[in-house]
Ligand binder design. Structure first.
Ligand code: CTP
Length: 404
C-alpha cells in the first residue's frame, strides 16, 4: 500500500483572504505530523499565495477548477476520500457559498461531496463577520454539523483592530488534530456555552511579590481546547499561565482570586457548564503594601496576615445561574484521596469532582494526568494515566450526559 494511503487524508481549502499565507504554516504542521494533505485553493486564494507553494509544501497537485485531470473525477473524489476538510482562511464569500450549497469550483464541489468532519476557520474584517448575512450562514453551517471556529480578536489588514483575525495556525492545527481523533463523533457540544478556569491565582503582597501556587494551567487549557473542538462556545478564564490563546476560545486574563471570581460569575450567567480547573488561592494577604517591603537591619520580618478568599466553586454551585447548569470542581489531594474527594464534593456542592493525587512530581506542569471523577449521584469514573486531553474528554462526556 502506498505510504499516503495509510496517512489520514486532509483537504486544506484556502479561500481568497490576506490570511492565506498563514495557511502555509498550517499545511506544514499537517504534513510534518504525518497527514496526507491535498490543498484546494480558490482562484482568488492564488492571488495571495501561488500554486507552486501549495504544491511544493503538500507534495500533491493543486488545482482550483473541476476541469483539470477530469478522468480522475476530482470534483467528487477529493471530498469522498477525505478524513477531514479544513477551510482556512474561510472568507465571508466562502461561508455563504458553503451555506447555500453552491458548487462553482473545486473547493465548493469538495465541500458538497465530503462526508467527513468539516472545519471552517473564518477570517475577515469585523464588519463582514458581524453582518447578519455572515452570522446566518455560520449558524446554518453549525446546525449542519460543521465546526466554525470563532475568529480571533486583534490587528486586521491595515490599521484596524477587532474580531476577524485568523487564529494562530498552530492552534488551528490543534483543533484539526482533535477533530480527526474524534472521527465521526461530531461536535456534540454545539450550541452550548461552557466556562473553564485555568492556572493559578497570584495574591500580591507588594508590587513585586505574591503568594502563588504551582498550577501550570495545562489541564484547564486541555479542557478549553477539547470543548472548542467539540463545538462548544468556550470562555476560558485564565490566571498567570502564559499559554497561547486556543483557537476559537474567548480568553479572559485575570491575576487574583477576586478577579477570577468576578470573571467567572459574569461568564457563568448564561453557561451550560462551569469547570473550575484553576488552583484558586484560599487566602490572600490582608494588606497590600503600595511600596516594596524592605528588610530592616537587625529586625525579624513582620508576619504576613492572611484573609480568606471567596470559595468560587461553592458559590456557583449553591447559587446556579441556571437550574440545569452543570458545575465541575477539581481537587488535588495528597492523602486519603477518595475519602477526601467525596467529602469535598459534598462540601462544595458541585455535580462532578475530578480528584487527582498530587506530589512533588505528580500532575503539576506535566502533560499527563491520572484521576477519578466523582459524581454527586454516587458515580465514580477512573481515568487512567494519560494525556490531559483524554481526561478533558472524559469530563466533557460526563458533562454532556448530564446536560441531556
Ligand atoms: N476553588 C474555588 N475557590 C477557592 C478555592 C478553590 O473555586 N477559593 C475551587 C478550585 O478551582 C477547585 C476546587 O475548588 O475546583 C478545589 O479546591 P481546593 O483548594 O482543593 O479545595 P479546598 O476547599 O481548598 O480544600 P482543602 O483546603 O481542604 O484542600
Amino acid at each position: 500500500m502506498p505510504e499516503s494511503q495509510s496517512k489520514p487524508r486532509v483537504v486544506l481549502g484556502v479561500s481568497g483572504g490576506i490570511a492565506a499565507y498563514k495557511a502555509c504554516e498550517l499545511l506544514r504542521r499537517l504534513t510534518e505530523s504525518g497527514h496526507d494533505v491535498r490543498v484546494v485553493p480558490t482562484a482568488s486564494a492564488l492571488k495571495f499565495v501561488g500554486a507552486p507553494t501549495w504544491s511544493a509544501l503538500s507534495g500533491n497537485p493543486v488545482s482550483t477548477e473541476v476541469w483539470d485531470a477530469v478522468h480522475e473525477v476530482p470534483h467528487v473524489r477529493i471530498g469522498q476520500h477525505a478524513d477531514l476538510v479544513v477551510v482556512a482562511p474561510a472568507t465571508a464569500d466562502m461561508l455563504a457559498k458553503a451555506a447555500h450549497g453552491l458548487a462553482d469550483d473545486l473547493l465548493t464541489n469538495t465541500l458538497l461531496t465530503a462526508r467527513c468532519p468539516v472545519v471552517f476557520a473564518p477570517a475577515m474584517h469585523t464588519e463582514m463577520w458581524e453582518h447578519p448575512a455572515t452570522q446566518d450562514n455560520v449558524a446554518v453551517l453549525r446546525r449542519r454539523g460543521a465546526l466554525v471556529i470563532e475568529p480571533a480578536v486583534g490587528r486586521l489588514t491595515g490599521v484596524d483592530t477587532g474580531k476577524g483575525r485568523l487564529p494562530d495556525p498552530a492552534e488551528i492545527f490543534e483543533v484539526c488534530r482533535r477533530v480527526l481523533a474524534r472521527g465521526t463523533a461530531g461536535p456534540d457540544l454545539a450550541g452550548r456555552h461552557v466556562v473553564v478556569t485555568a492556572g493559578g491565582t497570584r495574591e500580591p503582597l507588594d508590587p513585586v511579590r505574591y503568594l502563588g501556587n504551582r498550577s501550570s494551567g495545562k489541564q484547564g487549557y486541555a479542557l478549553a481546547r477539547t470543548a472548542a473542538a467539540r463545538g462548544a462556545r468556550v470562555t476560558l478564564v485564565e490566571a498567570n499561565t502564559g499559554i497561547a490563546d486556543p483557537a476559537g476560545v474567548d480568553v479572559v486574563h485575570v491575576g487574583t482570586a477576586v478577579q477570577l471570581r468576578e470573571a467567572v460569575l459574569k461568564a457563568a450567567a448564561d453557561a451550560d457548564a462551569v469547570v473550575m480547573a484553576a488552583a484558586v488561592a484560599d487566602f490572600r494577604p490582608a494588606a497590600y503594601a503600595e511600596g516594596k517591603i524592605k528588610k530592616k537591619e537587625g529586625q525579624e520580618p513582620a508576619p504576613v496576615a492572611l484573609v480568606r478568599n471567596p470559595d468560587i466553586l461553592a458559590e456557583i454551585s449553591a447559587d446556579r445561574a441556571r437550574p440545569d447548569q452543570v458545575v465541575v470542581g477539581f481537587a488535588a489531594e495528597t492523602d486519603d484521596v477518595l475519602a477526601n474527594g467525596r467529602a469535598k464534593l459534598r462540601r462544595k456542592g458541585c455535580d462532578l469532582l475530578v480528584v487527582n493525587e498530587v506530589g512533588e512530581r505528580k500532575t503539576f506542569g506535566s502533560e499527563e494526568n491520572e484521576a477519578v471523577v466523582l459524581g454527586a449521584d454516587g458515580t465514580e469514573t477512573p481515568v487512567p494515566y494519560g494525556p490531559k486531553e483524554a481526561l478533558a474528554d472524559t469530563v466533557w462526556d460526563l458533562v454532556a450526559s448530564r446536560l441531556g
